[in-house]
Structure formats: C-alpha cells, structure tokens
Design a protein. Sequence first.
Length: 432
Amino acid sequence: MEDTGIILGHPAWGKESEVKDTELYAALLRLGAPWVVREVRLDVAAERVDVWIEEATGARWSCPECGQGSPVYDHAEERVWRHLDSCDCRTFLHARLPRVKCREHGIRQVRASWASPGSQFSLRMESQLIDTLKECDVTGVTRLRGTSWDEAWGIVEKAVARGLARKRRRIPTYLCVDEKSFAKRHRYETVICDGERGTVEYVVEDRRQESLEQYYRQFTPEELAQVRAVAIDMWDPYIAATQAYIPGAEEKIVFDKFHVLRTVNQAVDKVRRQEHKVLMERGDARLKGTKHLWLANEENVPEWRRAEFQAVKGTHLKTGRAWAIKESLRKFWTYRYAQRAADYFRRWYFWATHSRLTPVVSAAKTLHHYFRNILTYFRHRLTNATAEGLNSKIQMVKEMACGFRNREHYKTAIYFHCGGLDLYPRLEEAFS
Ligand SMILES: [Zn+2]
C-alpha cells in the first residue's frame, strides 16, 4: 500500500521541517492540481475555520463545456462552501473561481473540484448531509448540522433529481401497485413498487386509471410484455389500466393477500363499530378501545392485552364471529396447490355468506367476484410483502412529513427514502 501519511511535526525538529497549515488543509481536502491552499484562519472563539483555495501559478485551464484549453479571462466573485467540520469548528472553503474564454463557448466559469455546480456545500459535506437526512427528518438535520430547513431540503431535492437522472429505465418483472392517502380529505397517491427489489419506482397523483397508465406509458410494448405479475388492490381503475397495457393481464393480475385481507378487515371493523354503538346504548362498554385487537393478526396481539382479548372474544359477540371468519381466511394462502386453496375458499365463502353479518357477507361477495385473480397467487406467489415492508417505511416518511408543505415534497421524500436511488454527488460530475 502506498504511504500517504503526513508527519505534522515534532518538537525535536526545527521549525522548517513542520508541515504548514495550508499544506495540511490541502491534504485534508484532497485538493489536487491545480488547486492550492493560500491561507487558513482559525477563530477559536467563533469555533470556525476558514480556508482560502486558489490556483497554483501557471495553472492551465480548459473550457468546462468542450475541454478546449482556454486562457483565463478573469476571476468570479469569491464564493463560500461549507465543508465538514474540523474537530468542533465549522469549516468554510473560499475561492474565486477562474473564468476562461473559450473560442467557441465564450466566457465560462471553471468548476470547483470540491463541490457540485451551484451547491453551497462541498461534495463531502453534501454526502454527509445525505447520510444524516436518511436517518432523521429535515428538522432534525437542521438541529444536528446547523443548516437551514431550505438548505437541507434543497439537498434532498438535488439528490433525488440526481438519482432519477442516473436511474436506468427498466420495468420490474414483478410490480406492486398500491394507493396511499395523502394528508386527509381523501386525496390519494398511486405508489408503484418493484416487488423483488422492494423499491418505490413511481409515485403519481390520484388513484384513477390514468394515474397508473401514466406509469405504464413510459415503456414500450416489448418492455411491458416482460412484466410477469402485477399485485394490485381489487380496484377497477387499476385493473382497467393493467388490462390496457400489460399483455396477458388476465393471468398476471394478482389480488394479493395484503389487499384481500384489508377488505375483510374493513368488514370486521364495520361490524365492531355497529355493535359497539348498540352496546353503548345499553351502557355496555365491552368493545371500547378494542379496535386494533380485532384487526391485528392473532399472533400479533401484544402480550399484555392477550388476556383482555381472550375475555372479550369469549363473550359471543358479532365482532368475535366476524374476527374468526377473517382469521380463518389467512389459511387460504398457506396451500401449495391452487385447487386445494380454491376448495378451501369455497367452504370459507359458504361460512362467511351465512354469517348474517352484512359487512362480512358483502366483503365475501367482493372476493368471490374477483376470485379468479386472487387464485393467480398460486401461479406467481407474489404478495405485497416487500411492498408491506416499504409501507412501513412510507408510513415513517409520512410521519416525518410535518415539514412537507406540499404534495411534491411528499413525493420527493418517498423517492429519497424508498426509491433505491444513487443519491450521492460525485467528483466526475463536478468535472464533466
Ligand atoms: Zn468551449
């Protein structure tokens, strides 16, 4: 390995053998030719280091546009970039970037090797801020790193733009499509995920046929033909969009476990609400505060509430019956063969439709109506499981979203946290 260490000095050596602060910073900053550090100022009271960078004498420049060697025309105004801290001192880089006169492109400013164009942060600082932004919300970053909200958010936006520009156009083999509510008031986003990679591929306003078609339209018919399966909710606009664009959609659409159970869960909740109302009129508060007990998978009911749940389940409520019907449906996805699963569903359907619980009956009928593409699960084994992991991540983004002033911000944040994008600035880009 090449020894790149620098010995900074030793009391036994003479003054002349010590490394100067400017050389130290040139090394710390990994400044290569033609840049040198002219001056370093440390203000201990202000906990601040300022570093002035300039070009070495006799430096040669080329036009940033075409690479043609060009003479220096003048120097731009001094600019300042925030860099990584030096110990606990905020560190700022200063430079007056040369402007060259290209025969073809006229007067152009050369690019700094330590920052991407237009950024007020050095590349290293920007990368570190991206790391921090991945771990906490924008407001948290402003507190930790002392940037303003707009500066931190600007980094998110630039990182996403960069990531999307670098992203290769490809349609995933397995798609998961889901709707997400945005804020309240029934506004929705359609979120399209890669079922294998677990990344968000596309976010589009609304949950209309047109919303999903907007995504499909980016691809050629040959690319669309490569899609093997699409997991969606039993939502007619998504079905129509998929049928219109994906060849052989009839066999490829999967109404997956997550969405099917959601439909039945909504029915359980409806039964609970109706029953709770009736009970409360009689002064019976048995169902109070039990909503989430009925909606969780049985094994996920928290330990400390199990006794309470057992007690209320034992009291022959309608809600308990609805819950048992919902829980038993989960067995459907454990079968190995489609035929066996279909037989199981038939028995379940008979039970559900004879339950005299109106919401459960109508949920069962919905499943029956869409059954053909519930059964396609056994061909593709596609569930929204990856997307479900993503769901909790998106939920987290939403919870951090108190700072999102609009829908575009929300979308950008989803791409930033869940898009699997290459977000970091790179030196080549500063030169290219
Ligand atoms: Zn040029």
